[in-house]
Ligand binder design. Structure first.
Ligand code: NDP
Length: 338
């Protein structure tokens, strides 16, 4: 793969300009470009510039509003609800996460129910924002069907990611963020592009046979849940928390209503914030640090999130796939579709 060297500022500007030229206003373009730049900074490549063409496709088709203004309401002191105005999720997070953090810090627990957004980013961003405020956080969202529930061979669940963050004083938060599919579709698409084989158990081809060929999964195949029936149960929970609880689209409903432009469908996101300071009523920081010290001392263990946080510390320059950059530049010169 041929790469181009870009600074983080250049990555941000490329994403911002491309989004703005394709119909996003300044606030929306800035919010999405910021999240995309953080993904490249941390080495979350499947949710960095790689996703820009799909973001643009939905701006051009009019499915996603580039001028969305999220509307935040307090339903109870510990339940906030945000209508995303059919925009991309990053502006919704920017609007609501500070209020969610304040509610959890006051009440011990708070929920943010986000509806009418289009989410195609990594989830670690929102839970990490909360952990940086001294809160534990959980987030999940649905997508369009791409995963076969345990026992089935056809798509029903989305890749339905879940993310969890735990605050650590004087250290980066502990964060895990993962699709409940054996692999996120973005990772499979990148493996298909690089013609790299996948481990067994990631997906089935269009005939329902197990395959390690990423292209066979992308072209009419189906992903499998991680961990068999256990991952399948977690994916089911995600559908209920984000669609049942929030009265938003289940993954299959999102697909039925989607215009097929290649961008993310409309859906909801469930975010829970918890205050260890209020709930533990104790010195949770020392107690948990002892736990992390013991865990990290085990040979072979690394904490989830540490790869990303390590990438974050390195120089502010990234190698980006040259073909990807060319594709993005072409989106800035090509005519907008109707
Ligand atoms: P990975 O399988 O790459 O990683 C999952 C988690 O496991 C990460 O937190 C990672 O930490 C951690 N991890 C990986 N290897 C180890 C290890 N050896 N020891 C301990 N921890 C480890 O992620 P996925 O492919 O499942 O998901 C990728 C992204 O896709 C996620 O950010 C997710 O939010 C996003 N996604 C978004 C969707 C949407 O609709 N918006 C849909 C589906 C997925 P680290 O990062 O440090 O490696």
């Amino acid at each position: 793969m041929t790469t181009i060297t870009l600074t983080l500022d250049e990555i941000y500007q490329l994403a911002f300009d491309c989004l703005q030229q394709n119909g996003a206003d300044e606030e929306n373009a800035a919010a999405v470009a910021q999240v995309m730049t953080c993904a490249e900074r941390d080495g979350s490549h499947s949710h960095g510039l790689f996703r820009l063409p799909a973001y643009v496709a939905s701006l051009r088709s009019g499915k996603v509003r580039g001028d969305a203004r999220p509307l935040l309401r307090e339903i109870t002191p510990s339940l906030l609800k945000l209508h995303g105005g059919n925009g991309y999720a990053p502006l919704a997070h920017q609007t609501a996460i500070p209020a969610l953090a304040a509610a959890a810090q006051k009440n011990g627990v708070a929920v943010l129910a986000i509806t009418h957004v289009h989410h195609m980013a990594a989830l670690w961003h929102e839970v990490e924002m909360l952990a940086e405020q001294g809160l534990a956080a959980f987030a999940c969202t649905t997508y369009m069907p791409s995963v076969a529930p345990a026992g089935a061979r056809s798509k029903f669940f989305g890749t339905n990611p879940i993310a969890f963050a735990w605050p650590r004083p004087d250290a980066t938060p502990l964060v895990f963020d993962m699709a409940t599919a054996a692999k996120a579709m973005g990772e499979v698409q990148i493996a298909a592009r690089a013609q790299e084989p996948l481990p067994a158990g990631v997906g089935l081809d269009k005939n329902g046979a197990e395959t390690t060929d990423a292209a066979a999964i992308v072209d009419g195949g189906v992903l499998l849940p991680f961990g068999g029936y256990k991952g399948s149960a977690i994916s089911l929970m995600v559908e209920l928390l984000t669609a049942g609880l929030l009265h938003e689209n289940f993954s299959y409903e999102a697909k039925e209503k989607d215009n097929g432009d290649g961008g993310p469908p409309q859906g909801g996101e469930f975010i829970l914030a918890l205050s260890p300071a209020i709930i533990s009523e104790n010195d949770w920081q020392t107690h948990c640090q002892q736990f992390f010290d013991r865990l990290s001392a085990l040979p072979g263990v690394r904490l989830p999130g540490s790869r990303r946080h390590q990438n974050r510390k390195t120089v502010e320059i990234r190698q980006i796939d040259a073909g990807q950059v060319e594709k993005i530049r072409a989106l800035m010169t090509s005519e907008q579709a109707d």
